[in-house]
Design a protein around this ligand. Sequence first.
Ligand code: CP
Length: 322
Amino acid sequence: MKHFTAVTDVAHLPTLIQNALAYKTNPLMHRGLGAGKRIGLLFLNPSMRTRLSTQVAAQNLGMEAIVFNVDKEGWRLEFEEEAIMSGDTVEHVKDAAPIMGKYFDVLAIRTFPSLKNKEEDYSELYINQFIKYAGIPVVSLESATLHPLQSLTDVVTITEALSALPPMARKPKVVLTWAPHVKPLPQCVANSFAQWINAWGQADFVITHPPDYELDERFTQGATITHNQDEALKDADFVYVKNWSTYQDYGKIYSNDPAWMLTLEKLQITNNARVMHCLPVRRNVELSDEVLDSSHALVTEQAGNRVWAAQAVLAGILDGIL
Ligand code: CP
């Protein structure tokens, strides 16, 4: 049995990328693969793209998808072992997860971090408890620290965009830049993007952020890290924009300098870079309208590719080949 929670669960990343692109060309080529199978999509937090793209992906494979918004419709779950459940949690995951394991063939779960307790968030208690007790493959729809379906999509999108360009004599320069935001956000997308770009190994990878926004080195190791955004953007081919809260002094906003917002003017020093963002995006806070509405923006194509990434992962699980 295999789970999908990080790039380390993938046996061969180039194959998974090519499988996703093949599904984009021919979405229904394996429409019998999931016949008679059922996936449960559990949301402990809101979602638009992840929910809809995974449902479409499952249906393209002939699989039935059932969505359960646990945060709004379910009993409040307890995740701590040996908890004395005299508070507001109603059902323990060790009781709920095995039941879901009887209803479904695959279980997919979205959770968010508390951003209050780093050790607890980075232990990935929620998704690990589902893995421990469900008894079926578990897919992360974003966990406390990682967003693997988003990151696979991102690598697929970069691969696809590169294939439309003349061959390059150098590795493409991929820049992950921090952007301002109005509230503290998880590090998941940034951690995960760094983890997958490093595993992909096909880019000159640069991360830029203000001081105090260092990410966990377990994910960033291999990237060049600079606090100088202009220096990072120079000659960039892809610019991935994302806010995250502080990792060291966990879950805080330190500087929120609006000068870090990506504008068309900043893109002048890039190599006509394509601009990516996982969405949802705070317009004119993280990215200016003029960038999002320009030909630089790859965000709609990127979000569209969520279907093919999810389909490749679900097919891999159904095939037992991930
Ligand atoms: N990018 C992403 O995960 O979007 P949703 O939160 O809408 O699923």
